[in-house]
Design a protein around this ligand. Structure first.
Ligand SMILES: NC(=O)c1ccc[n+]([C@@H]2O[C@H](COP(=O)([O-])OP(=O)(O)OC[C@H]3O[C@@H](n4cnc5c(N)ncnc54)[C@H](O)[C@@H]3O)[C@@H](O)[C@H]2O)c1
Length: 478
């Protein structure tokens, strides 16, 4: 008889491992299937986020930022540093240690919560059975009352730029360069292109980012996107918009990229090229024909608002379903599904998911952009506050950027908050809480913020919504 669980989770990333832990906490007999294998043949938990995504990229962003500060920004504080050098191997060692600590930590959390970890590739069969194939090829079939699919996504490859070992790489390869490339090409000015482009630019690469679209960060509020582009250009990132890559050639270690822009066909020569043109849901070999689970027209697993597939008791969460491909969205969906399996009435608020781009300055937002509200015909009012007027930002020598609060013209309810500036990734949590609690701009304006903090910029932007900012001249009321 096949071994039976209350819940089997397929995938051990931030969606899957969080779902598994929550299910076990709620008293469900839970197993998590993960195929990722280390060089020594051991199972690795944590998925893309911990192994080759959010965490390692933040480790490199932090190291490269410190290097850049030591080279260029200490001087203003009166600190003189000479002969600054960077050891790429040491930087990578630090990153690898952080990844190892976190991924092994999940194993400990599984033990503490009594989640059974199954090493192998999971496949959903009919009747809520899960087939697991080990690295050696042994096949075991398990049964489950409930299955949660959390298999994530993989980088998209494009025909004009096939990955070529050591020369044309995806985001995973770009986290493991063994030296700073002199010239680095990046295809795609999205989240990954900007974050990884920043890492290597700070370390000395001449970075050219080729972006097919004519708008920069089209999903971001365009006032914030414009300010960000200005800052990135100042930092020496050469971002070329309306530049669609049409071909690549690798010859004697040199990559030649051909692309088309408004002037016609162009060429770019670089030592390494990163392809980061988006990610696709990962469903390869996942579903047997009789599993009953459907994909939508874009290849995502089709689910309702509660992450339920068309098969009762089979759920899917994270990058493999609709919505933003973000670790925190996956984790929260995992918790919601675990609660629902246990009969609770949990639901996700998809209108309050923050987005962050970890460049310098950081970009962060929650809720609607001005462009979205215009398109929806919703009347709104806007308050902004620039960090150049913040004492704390001055003290930190980080005055680029602004906070923007958008509120309903009719009700004053906050509809969106957008930030480009220092610590935006941390500040956005305040905005998310405000929106989650249905705050008005006035509620924020009447709240006491500690002085001197960067968060005061959010307070002032909320005050500015009705022309009441103190530390900046208000726009005249009409
Ligand atoms: N900080 C974060 O939250 C974070 C970090 C990394 C990745 N992610 C997620 O991972 C996913 C993938 O990120 P990404 O940066 O690869 O994708 P993306 O969708 O953010 O950006 C890809 C960009 O590539 C451009 N592009 C596509 N084909 C092109 C071509 N032939 N020539 C030139 N440009 C081309 C697109 O127009 C787009 O702007 C995203 O969903 C993102 O949200 C999030």
């Amino acid at each position: 008889m096949a071994e039976k669980y209350d819940v089997i989770v397929i995938g051990g990333g931030p969606g899957g491992y969080v779902a598994a832990i929550r299910c076990a906490q709620l008293g469900l007999n839970t197993a998590c299937v993960e195929k990722w294998t280390s060089d020594s043949g051991k199972q690795v938990l944590g998925g893309t986020c911990l192994n080759v995504g959010c965490i390692p990229s933040k480790a490199l962003l932090e190291s490269s930022h410190k290097y850049e500060e030591a080279c260029h920004d200490f001087d203003i504080h009166g600190i003189e540093v000479k002969d600054v050098s960077m050891s790429v191997s040491k930087m990578m060692e630090r990153k690898n240690t952080i990844v190892k600590n976190l991924t092994t930590g999940i194993g400990s959390l599984f033990k503490a919560n009594k989640v059974t970890s199954i090493h192998g590739t999971g496949k959903l069969l009919g009747g809520k059975q899960v087939e697991v194939t080990s690295a050696k090829g042994d096949v075991t079939v398990y049964e489950a009352e409930n299955v949660i699919i959390a298999t994530g996504s993989t980088p998209i490859e494009i025909p004009p730029a096939p990955l070529t070992e050591g020369h044309i790489v995806d985001s995973t390869g770009a986290l493991d360069f063994d030296e700073v490339p002199k010239r680095l090409g990046v295809i795609g000015a999205g989240v990954i292109g900007l974050e990884l482009g920043s890492v290597w630019a700070r370390l000395g690469s001449e970075v050219v980012v080729l972006e097919a679209q004519d708008a920069f960060l089209p999903a971001v509020d365009q006032q914030i996107a414009k300010e960000s582009l200005k800052q990135f250009k100042k930092q020496g990132l050469d971002i070329r918009l309306k530049a669609r890559v049409t071909g690549t050639e690798v010859k004697r270690g040199l990559v030649t990229v051909t692309y088309e822009d408004t002037k016609g066909e162009q060429e770019l020569k670089c030592d390494k090229l990163i392809v980061c043109v988006g990610r696709a849901p990962y469903t390869e070999g996942l579903l047997s024909p009789d599993s009953g689970v459907n994909l939508d027209e874009r290849g995502f697993i089709f689910v309702d608002d509660n992450c339920q597939t068309v098969v009762p008791g089979v759920y899917a969460i994270g990058d493999v379903v609709r919505g933003p491909m973000l670790a925190h969205k996956a984790s929260e969906e995992g918790i919601m599904v675990a609660e629902r399996i246990q009969g609770h009435k949990a639901a996700m608020n998809y209108d309050c998911i923050p987005g962050v781009i970890y460049t310098h300055p950081e970009i962060a937002w929650v809720g609607k952009t001005e462009e979205q509200l215009k398109a929806e015909g919703e009347a709104y009012k806007v308050g902004t506050f620039p960090f150049v007027a913040s004492g704390r930002a001055m003290a930190a020598n980080s005055t680029a950027g602004l906070v923007k609060v958008i509120a309903s013209e009719k009700t004053d309810r906050v509809l969106g908050i957008h930030i480009v500036g220092p610590q935006a990734s941390e500040m956005i949590a305040q905005a998310v809480i405000a929106m989650e609690f249905g705050s008005s701009a006035e509620d924020l304006a009447l709240t006491v913020f500690a002085h001197p903090t960067l968060s005061e910029a959010l307070h002032e932007a909320a005050l500015a919504v009705d022309g009441n900012a103190i530390h900046v001249a208000n726009r005249r009321k009409k």
